[in-house]
Design a protein around this ligand. Structure first.
Ligand code: ATP
Ligand code: MG
Length: 380
């Protein structure tokens, strides 16, 4: 685990803290993305971890050990580092560039070649084609792959990546992002990834730290940041219309109506009709009241089932519809839409794991949410 404890950074002759009270943890195996505008302190935050920059105040710990007590060279050997202009040695072949750290360790050459081949495979670079070329004979994306292979070959548990893909064209960038996600899954390393591109952050991050003026404005999952931005800055930074662009993030709870009329199963049909009139609805959820103010959903009653019931001793429980489709709160809107369409549902209760009723989805409740997050006219 990595822990920043009240870390500050300021430079001589300046009263400005370029980093102010960073206080957060990164779990083993996590892919954390630092995102923010130029100059907000992303690179500084990252470089304090491999001691390219020393904090003015505070400590950073790796597995409980204060890194200021670790020799910087030893520390850097344990941490992979990939940057934008990866700084390949121009007069060394690709194989030599990738194997450089192993050469320093005095590992026999044939073992190094074997390893280089293995790591070139891992980043999808064909050994026979590329190993003996020079960096300027590779495209930007291929060079970036070399940088990743070089960082991985030493098998560090922690990898720092500072805008590694920002100079690449969109297609190459996307390929490398996909590969990074695959590598992360395969190798289970802790990765800290810096970008100024919120789309990249959302795609890659297990969690995202949105930085502003040397502070973390919000550190959360992409979903939380999109749905519940901590402040106006974060909201603006992620873009107010983004939820609309990623409707796959909407779930049942987001589109349900929490204010809906219910009726108890032991009520009569006359009482149900009264309640429908009062609430201007043709359908009610039939519930059993549970201690702690919960409603357990038993069925649905529609006005069609009430028509013609003359006997007032008949209870709602006897005539309600028991085979209804309810959705769990976490189900995605896309799935809900497709089930609603295939089953021709108009009214869908949302129930939690205790079968307690927490909301109702109707066409109106869905449209209400979509209209709120749809882009304004000026965006068309
Ligand atoms: N040696 C220095 N002396 C004074 N200020 C510095 C020094 N190095 C960096 N800074 C300032 O620290 C702040 C944070 O810089 P940092 O490089 O961490 O930003 P960043 O978020 O990585 O930006 P970018 O997206 O442009 O790479 C900036 O305002 C920068 O001007
Ligand atoms: Mg930077």
């Amino acid at each position: 685990m990595i822990e920043y404890k009240h870390v500050y950074k300021s430079y001589k002759g300046s009263t400005i803290n370029v980093i102010q009270d960073l206080n957060f943890k990164i779990a083993d195996g996590e892919l954390l993305v630092l995102v923010g505008e130029s100059g907000c302190g992303k690179t500084t935050t990252m470089q304090m971890l491999n001691r390219l920059i020393e904090p003015t105040k505070g400590t950073i710990e790796i597995n409980g050990e204060d890194i200021s007590k670790i020799d910087p060279i030893t520390l850097r050997k344990e941490i992979g580092y990939v940057i934008q202009n990866i700084g390949l040695f121009p007069h060394w072949t690709i194989a030599e560039n990738i194997g450089t750290l192993l050469t320093l360790k005095k590992i026999p050459q044939d073992e190094i070649t074997e390893k280089v081949k293995e790591y070139m495979d891992l980043v999808n670079l064909d050994f026979d084609e590329f190993a003996y070329r020079y960096p300027n004979q590779l495209s930007g994306g291929q060079q970036q792959r070399v940088g990743v292979a070089r960082a991985l070959i030493n098998e560090p548990e922690l990898i720092l990546m500072d805008e590694p893909f920002s100079a690449l064209d969109p297609i190459t960038k996307e390929q490398l992002q996909d590969e990074l996600l695959r590598l992360h899954e395969e190798l289970n390393k802790t990765i800290i990834f810096v970008t100024h591109d919120i789309d990249e952050a959302i795609k890659l991050g297990d969690r995202i730290a949105v930085m502003q003026h040397g502070k973390i404005a919000q550190l959360d999952s992409a979903e939380e940041i999109l749905k519940n931005p901590a402040n106006e800055f974060v909201e603006k930074f992620v873009g107010t219309n983004r939820l609309w662009k990623t409707p796959e993030m909407l779930t049942a709870v987001d589109v349900m109506n929490e204010n809906f009329p219910v009726i108890r199963a032991d009520r009569s049909s006359a009482q149900a009709i009264e309640s429908m009139k009062e609430h201007k609805t043709l359908i009610l959820c039939v519930v059993e009241k549970i201690k702690g103010d919960h409603d357990k959903l038993l069925g649905l009653i529609g006005s069609n089932r009430l028509a013609g019931v003359k006997n007032n001793s008949i209870k709602i429980r006897d005539i309600m519809k028991k085979d209804f489709t309810a959705f769990p709160p976490t189900m995605s809107l896309a799935e809900i839409m497709s089930i609603r369409e295939s089953k021709e549902l108009m009214f869908s209760p949302v129930i939690d794991e205790n079968e307690y009723l927490i909301g109702v989805i109707t066409n109106t409740s869905i449209l209400n949410v979509l209209s709120q997050i749809m882009p304004g006219k000026e965006d068309y």
